[in-house]
Structures are given as structure tokens and as C-alpha cells.
Design a protein around this ligand. Structure first.
Ligand SMILES: Nc1ncnc2c1ncn2[C@@H]1O[C@H](COP(=O)(O)OP(=O)(O)OP(=O)(O)O)[C@@H](O)[C@H]1O
Ligand SMILES: [Mg+2]
Length: 389
């Protein structure tokens, strides 16, 4: 958009500022598959980010710097993300017009659909169907709060990096998923390109659009896929179909809520309860653990229910066809199976490392297979540039 960097980069570092764990990961694009060249992750104390709000900015900046120093991240531009609640994705129908005219008219249209002051948001859209009858066309509207994007860019700058891309975490999750699924229409990057860039002149290049060479060949490309990132504090549900985001929502339920219940009901210390959440079931009542996971997990189901009913009534989605669980919550014993059961659809754990090359020593004593679902957003960020370049 601002043409800051027309040439595609061959490498990019993603910085995922999770409320529990900060991750930094650098990818280099090779002929075959992207290669992880640098990696580090560090826990953040619970008081640093509460309910998605940064409470202790200095600590967050220090932890990013500690991660970057440990991983020896080169002095290059980086990609990071704001949380899903900074963004609204909505399908809308409006009068048929040229894309140029729609770019102006969209602000008037958006007022009816976005619960924020129009002056406070950046908007973009993609035409999904240029003729849906009655002289109308269908668009995907994406609205992002400007102050969150600008605040994030400043944080990254204060940590000593150049914020080349400010993404939305749920879109980074989708990007990561598409690395493996070849279910990509490159639509998210296109639509979001100006959202970040608009906010801050040519300082941020926003979302580079990528002409994907991947063929939409997955048999599941007409399926509604629910990408569920169960993080430390929040579960982000991002529903896509054929590479197009249909819906995105943050639910206030994360691993911490499960851990609290393990602690209470099993009489454990916080540390041991956390180990249970990571799948360590030695010396605990397994049936009770599974019960707790179902009970707390049902809050995800209940939280999502009104939105799914709405999508059904609006004729936008009949339901979910497949679930992919990422984030630290992917290790909660029985959660993925529970979600599969309650929605009566297949579910799986995200494994973005399966699409990358890396030296396992990069992860020290940690098992890469265990870390893989936690790295989904960070990998999606590091993939933002350089793909197919
Ligand atoms: N190997 C691991 N290392 C660190 N945390 C883990 C691990 N396995 C499971 N967890 C649990 O997962 C949670 C962190 O998950 P994740 O990294 O997805 O959260 P986050 O990105 O920090 O949070 P959010 O996305 O809600 O802001 C922690 O609560 C932690 O107990
Ligand atoms: Mg996260």
C-alpha cells in the first residue's frame, strides 16, 4: 500500500506476546520449506497482562528483549499481533458498485455493523460475490481498532524492533494453518493490508498480500473449520471456509481457568495443577481431571453458542465441520476429544512445526512436538513475509 517494502523478504521474526508466554521465532524461506533459524520463549508473570490488557508494560518489553537476546534475533523488522477482540470480521451485503466507490461507501455501511466509533477504526474489505441478486454484492468487512494497532507498534518499537507487520492473532493462526492445509486463498493478507498501514503512515507495511501458489485442493475447502486457540487466558475461535474468515471471537476462558479448578478440586499446588493441564496425570484422579476439563470446556461451547446460532439464522454457516485446537490448551487432558464429541465433528491438535524444517536443538530440552500447538500464532506471524518469494 505504501510501498515501503515492495521486495519480498526472505526472512521474518514473529513476536507473539501471549498473556502467559512470550514467543519469538525467526523463519527463513528456502526453496523447499521455511526453516526456523532462531527461537526462544519465556513465561510472563500473571500480573503483566490481565484480561488481554497490558498492565506492566516495562515487564512485557523486558521479557521481549530477554527472549530476543536469548534467541540472538538479528536486528531486522518483525511481525507481531493484536488480540482478536481488536478486530471484527463480518459478511455484509451492499449495493453493487466499483471497488473504488465501495472503498468510500464502506465507512457508511460499517456504521451499522461495527460497535465502535467509525473515526477510531481502520476498515478494509474484500468482495466475496459481486452479484447476489437485487443489484447487491457481498463483501467481507474487516474492522480493526486503530489505537490497539498503534499501541502495539509503539510497544514493539520500545522493545527495540521495527514493527513491519501488525497482524491480528486470529489471522496469524489461520496463516499458520494454511501452511499445512494448502487451503489458502491469500485473502486475509489482502483484506488486512491497509488496516495496519493506514494507522501509521508508511512506518508499518501492514499486511503484504501474497499471491499464493498453493492450489485449493483440499477436499475440506468447503468445510467450516473452527480454529480454536486456547491460550493462557483467552480462547480465540476463528471460523474459516475455503481460506476466508467467516467469524472471529475471543472467549474469556483459558488454561488458567482449568488450572484453578484442578488446584481446587484435586487439592494441588498451582505448579502441580499446571503440570496436570500440560498432560501430566501421574498421581492424580484421571476421571476427575477429565470431568473438570469437560465442565470448564463446556464454557467454551456455551460462549460460542449464541454466535453459532446467529451464523445459522443469517444463513452464513450451518455449523462447524472440523475443529483444530492450538495454544497451550491443546494439552489439556481430554479437551480436544470433548470438543469433538460435543460438536459431533472431527477435531485435531494444531501442529504447525510439521510444515517447517528446524534443528530440534533449537528447543533445548523441550520436546518440539509438545511446543508445536503453542507456536501456532508466532509461526503464522513469521510466515507473513517471504512466502513464495
Ligand atoms: N510447554 C509449555 N510451556 C509453557 N506453557 C505451557 C506448556 N504446555 C502447556 N502450557 C500451558 O499453556 C498456557 C500458555 O499457552 P499459550 O502460550 O497458548 O498462551 P498465551 O499465548 O500466553 O495466552 P493468550 O493467547 O491467552 O494470551 C499456560 O497456561 C501453560 O500452563
Ligand atoms: Mg496466545
Amino acid at each position: 500500500m505504501f510501498g515501503f517494502l515492495k521486495k519480498k523478504r526472505k526472512s521474518l521474526t514473529g513476536i507473539d506476546i501471549g498473556s502467559n508466554v512470550i514467543k519469538v521465532l525467526r523463519l527463513e524461506m528456502s526453496e523447499e520449506r521455511p526453516v526456523i533459524t532462531h527461537f526462544s520463549m519465556k513465561d510472563l508473570p500473571p500480573e503483566a497482562i490481565v484480561d488481554g490488557e497490558i498492565m506492566d508494560r516495562e515487564l512485557v518489553i523486558q521479557t521481549i528483549q530477554d527472549c530476543a537476546a536469548e534467541a540472538d534475533i538479528p536486528d531486522e523488522p518483525v511481525a507481531s499481533a493484536v488480540a482478536g477482540r481488536a478486530v471484527i470480521v463480518k459478511k455484509i451485503v451492499m449495493d453493487k458498485m466499483s471497488e473504488e466507490d465501495a472503498r468510500e461507501a464502506i465507512y457508511w455501511e460499517a456504521e451499522q455493523h461495527v460497535p465502535f466509533d467509525i473515526d477510531d477504526i481502520s476498515l478494509d474489505f474484500q468482495v466475496l460475490q459481486d452479484d447476489v441478486g437485487a443489484d447487491q454484492m457481498e463483501l467481507m468487512l474487516v474492522a480493526a481498532k486503530k489505537d490497539m494497532i498503534l499501541g502495539q507498534a509503539e510497544l514493539i518499537r520500545d522493545a527495540g524492533f521495527f514493527p513491519l507487520v501488525i497482524d491480528v492473532a486470529s489471522f496469524a493462526n489461520q496463516n499458520s494453518w494454511e501452511l499445512l492445509s494448502s487451503d489458502s486463498l491469500a485473502s486475509v493478507a489482502d483484506v488486512m493490508e491497509s488496516v495496519a498501514a493506514e494507522g501509521d503512515g508508511d512506518d508499518i507495511d501492514g499486511f503484504e498480500s501474497e499471491e499464493s501458489e498453493m492450489v485449493d485442493q483440499e477436499e475440506g475447502s468447503d468445510q467450516f473449520i473452527a480454529l480454536m486457540d486456547v491460550g493462557g487466558g483467552v480462547t480465540n475461535v476463528h471460523i474459516i471456509k475455503g481460506g476466508v474468515p467467516i467469524f472471529t471471537k475471543d472467549l474469556p476462558i483459558g488454561v488458567a481457568h482449568f488450572t484453578e479448578e484442578f488446584q481446587k478440586q484435586l487439592g494441588l499446588t498451582w505448579d502441580t495443577a499446571q503440570q496436570v493441564g500440560r498432560g501430566n496425570l501421574e498421581d492424580v484422579d484421571k476421571d476427575l481431571v477429565l470431568d473438570i476439563v469437560r465442565t470448564v470446556g463446556s464454557e467454551i461451547y456455551k460462549g460460542l453458542e449464541p454466535s453459532l446460532s446467529y451464523l445459522k439464522t443469517a444463513g452464513e454457516a450451518d455449523g462447524i465441520d472440523r475443529i483444530v485446537v492450538s495454544g497451550g490448551g491443546a494439552h489439556l487432558p481430554g479437551l480436544t476429544a470433548y470438543l469433538s464429541e460435543i460438536y459431533s465433528v472431527p477435531s485435531e491438535t494444531a501442529d504447525p512445526l510439521a510444515g517447517l524444517d528446524f534443528d530440534p536443538d533449537l528447543f533445548g530440552s523441550d520436546d518440539p512436538a509438545h511446543l508445536s500447538p503453542l507456536l501456532t500464532v508466532c509461526i503464522g506471524l513469521a510466515l507473513r513475509e517471504g512466502v513464495n518469494s
